[in-house]
Design a protein around this ligand. Structure first.
Ligand SMILES: Cc1ncc(COP(=O)(O)O)c(C=O)c1O
Length: 414
C-alpha cells in the first residue's frame, strides 16, 4: 500500500450494513462470562464454599450491565453488586431479579429506590443507619443491609477501631436488619504489601467485636478477584469478584483460575495515506517520522474510551500484525503506522482481542499505560455499540441459585 505522500487519502467504502453502524464496536461473549463465573465458583468450591457475589458495577466494567447480569444470574450468581441505586434500578429495569448489593454511600434522596426495587444497601456510617432505619420504619418494613467495616482503605465504612462508639446508631435500630458485614482490601493485588494481612486481622477483630455486641451477620465477605486468588483465608462466607468474571487476572497475582476475556473491540481502517520523512500526524505535531511512512486512520478515539497515553505506547492489530499508534489520540480517531503492511481501507482492526493468532489484551494496554485493567475496560465509550454472543432469553423463573445462592437470597430483601 501507499507510502507516497502524493497519494490522496482513500475512504472505506461502506457496505450496505455498515452504512447504519459505526465501524468501531465491542463484542461481548456471554458464554465466556458464564464460563468465567463457573471457573471462579469451582475455585472456591468445597466444604463451606463461599457464595459468589458478582460485581457488575460501572456498566459491568463496560461490557453492558443488563446482558452481563442476566448471564451471571443464569450462571447461578448468588447476588450481584453495583455502585449505586441508579445502577441497581437499571438492572431491575432489565428484568434482573437476583439480590442486588449496592456498594456506595446512601444519600437521603436515594432511599426510596431501596424499597421500591428491593435492593440490599450498604450501611457505612451512623448517618446511613439512622436514615435507612427511619425510612424502613416509616414504611413498616424491615430492610436487610450489609455493614461496611473500614479496616484500612480509609474510604467508606465504620472504622474498625471505633465500633464501640459508632454501632450505637445501628444496634437495635427498628427496620434495620444486618444481613452481612464486609470490608474491602486496599492492596490485594500487591502481595508484598503488609496492609493486606493487617486488614484481614482487623476484619476478624471487628467481627469479634460485633459478636460481642450481639451482631452476628449471616454473611461475612471481603475478597475481590485478587484477594480470592491469594488464598482461602479471605473467602469467609462470600467472595466478590469483578475482574475475573470479565476474563482478566489482576496483575501481580498468580493466574490460578482459567478465565478468558469476554470483550473484544474491533474497527476498520477508514483511510490510508503516506507521510514523508520528518512529517507528523495529528494534534500537536509531535514525533516526526524518520522515514517515509504509511499510516492508517482508525475511527476510534478518546471519546470511545481510548486513552490519550496510547500515543507512542499502544498498538492495534491489522492484517495480523501489530501496528503502533503514532501521533496524538484524537476524539474520534487514531492513526497507526502500517508501513510495510498491505493495508487498505475496510481492513479489520483489532483494538482489544485476537487476530491471526496475535492478541492485544486489556491487561497489556493497562500495563503500557500504567493503570489497572479495570480502568481500560470501564472506559469503553458509551457510543460504542455492544453486540453480544452467547445470549439467551431471560429465564421466566427467578434465577436458579445453587445452594449457596439460596442462602444469599434469604439474606437479602426481595
Ligand atoms: C467493594 C468491592 N468489592 C469487589 C470489587 C471487585 O473488584 P475486582 O474487579 O478487582 O475483583 C470491587 C471493585 O472495585 C469493589 O469496589
Amino acid at each position: 500500500m501507499p507510502t507516497s505522500p502524493d497519494r490522496p487519502a482513500t475512504g472505506a467504502s461502506p457496505g450496505p450494513a455498515s452504512a447504519a453502524v459505526r465501524p468501531t464496536f465491542v463484542r461481548v461473549d456471554l458464554d465466556a462470562v458464564r464460563a468465567n463465573y463457573a471457573a471462579v465458583a469451582r475455585h472456591v468450591s468445597g466444604p463451606n464454599a463461599p457464595l459468589v457475589i458478582a460485581v457488575v458495577k460501572a456498566n459491568a466494567y463496560g461490557h453492558g450491565a443488563v446482558p452481563v447480569a442476566r448471564a451471571l444470574e443464569q450462571a447461578g450468581a448468588a447476588m450481584l453488586a453495583c455502585a449505586d441505586i441508579e445502577e441497581a434500578v437499571t438492572l431491575r429495569g432489565g428484568g434482573i431479579r437476583a439480590p442486588i448489593l449496592v456498594f456506595g454511600a446512601l444519600g437521603i434522596s436515594d432511599l426510596d429506590g431501596v424499597f421500591t426495587h428491593g435492593l440490599t444497601p450498604t450501611v457505612s456510617s451512623p448517618f446511613a443507619a439512622r436514615a435507612l432505619g427511619d425510612a424502613a420504619a416509616r414504611r413498616g418494613a424491615t430492610v436487610s443491609c450489609h455493614l461496611k467495616i473500614d479496616t484500612g482503605m480509609n474510604r467508606l465504612g465504620f472504622r474498625f477501631d471505633n465500633l464501640g462508639h459508632t454501632m450505637r446508631d445501628v444496634l437495635g435500630r427498628r427496620g434495620l436488619e444486618i444481613g452481612a458485614a464486609y470490608t474491602h482490601f486496599a492492596t490485594a493485588d500487591e502481595p508484598a504489601h503488609p496492609l493486606f494481612d493487617l486488614q484481614r486481622k482487623r476484619f476478624d477483630e471487628s467481627l469479634r467485636r460485633l459478636a460481642g455486641m450481639g451482631i452476628r451477620p449471616a454473611l461475612r465477605h471481603a475478597a475481590n478477584s485478587a484477594a480470592l486468588l491469594r488464598g482461602r483465608d479471605t473467602w469467609y462466607d462470600a467472595v466478590r469478584p469483578g475482574l475475573l468474571l470479565y476474563g482478566l487476572v489482576p496483575p501481580g497475582v498468580e493466574a490460578s483460575v482459567p478465565v478468558a476475556p469476554a470483550m473484544t473491540m474491533r474497527s476498520r481502517v477508514v483511510a490510508v495515506k503516506g507521510m514523508r520523512a520528518g512529517e507528523t500526524t495529528g494534534y500537536g505535531a509531535r514525533a516526526p517520522v524518520d522515514r517515509p511512512a504509511t499510516i492508517a486512520v482508525v475511527p476510534a478515539g478518546y471519546a470511545d474510551g481510548l486513552d490519550v497515553r496510547m500515543a507512542g505506547r499502544g498498538s492495534v492489530l491489522v492484517r495480523g500484525r501489530r501496528a503502533p499508534v503514532v501521533g496524538a489520540v484524537s476524539m474520534d480517531s487514531i492513526t497507526v503506522d502500517v508501513t510495510g503492511l498491505d493495508v487498505s481501507p475496510g481492513d479489520e482492526v483489532v483494538l482489544v482481542g485476537e487476530q491471526s493468532g496475535r492478541r492485544i489484551g486489556a491487561g497489556e494496554i493497562a500495563a503500557a499505560l500504567g493503570t489497572v485493567p479495570h480502568e481500560v475496560l470501564c472506559r469503553t465509550g458509551s457510543r460504542i455499540v455492544r453486540t453480544y454472543a452467547g445470549g439467551s432469553e431471560p429465564a421466566s423463573e427467578p434465577a436458579s441459585q445453587h445452594g449457596a445462592g439460596a442462602r444469599a437470597a434469604r439474606a437479602a430483601p426481595k
